[in-house]
Design a protein around this ligand. Structure first.
Ligand SMILES: Cc1cc2nc3c(=O)[nH]c(=O)nc-3n(C[C@H](O)[C@H](O)[C@H](O)COP(=O)(O)O)c2cc1C
Length: 158
């Protein structure tokens, strides 16, 4: 059984709504592919997640708001807690990001990318950035992200 880990923080509702769409897309893709027993989806807030979750994950989807041109403090805390316990043990595992932002989002993306590149994770999808008010198109992008990862894990092409 493969494991898809979705870890996110939200200071309000937006990134949580995006995480819900990511999970929805992942579960729908597994149902469509009749692969529900092949991939388990684990969803955790940054505060609840730790190194054991990352070590057990075959792929990671990380979600954060952009705060002050950077990832949220809770995502940074999560990455600080997992970095050394996971360093050298997760090389090449695929990841992608989803970001809730007011008007930019690029600072959150680059700050997370830099750290997880140090962990030797492999970017497998462009980030989904939800700017201003979430639109149906943005949520569809989140669903597509989750579906790509879940289906990719199920058939071994991620
Ligand atoms: C303290 C703080 C700092 C923020 N800094 C940025 C920023 O640098 N760039 C940006 O695009 N949005 C910024 N925002 C807006 C948030 O990214 C945006 O409201 C986001 O949707 C919040 O997501 P959440 O509801 O999941 O917490 C900031 C919001 C707060 C509260």
């Amino acid at each position: 059984m493969k494991t898809l880990l979705i870890v996110f923080h939200t200071g309000g509702v937006k990134t949580a709504t995006m995480a819900g769409a990511v999970e929805r897309g992942a579960r729908a893709a597994l149902k469509e592919a009749e692969a529900e027993g092949e991939v388990q989806i684990v969803v955790k807030r940054c505060a609840e997640a730790g190194p054991e979750d990352v070590l057990a994950a075959d792929a990671l989807l990380l979600g954060t708001p952009e705060n002050f041109g950077y990832m949220s403090g809770m995502m940074k805390d999560f990455l600080e807690r997992v970095f050394y316990p996971c360093e050298g043990k997760v090389n090449g595992r695929p990841y992608a990001l989803f970001v809730g932002a007011g008007q930019d989002g690029s600072g959150a993306v680059s700050s997370v990318d830099r750290i997880v590149t140090g962990l030797r994770l492999r970017k497998a999808h462009e980030p989904v950035i939800g700017l201003k008010e979430l639109t149906p198109a943005m949520l569809a992008g989140c669903e597509e992200l989750g579906a790509t990862f879940a289906a990719g894990l199920a058939v071994g092409v991620l």
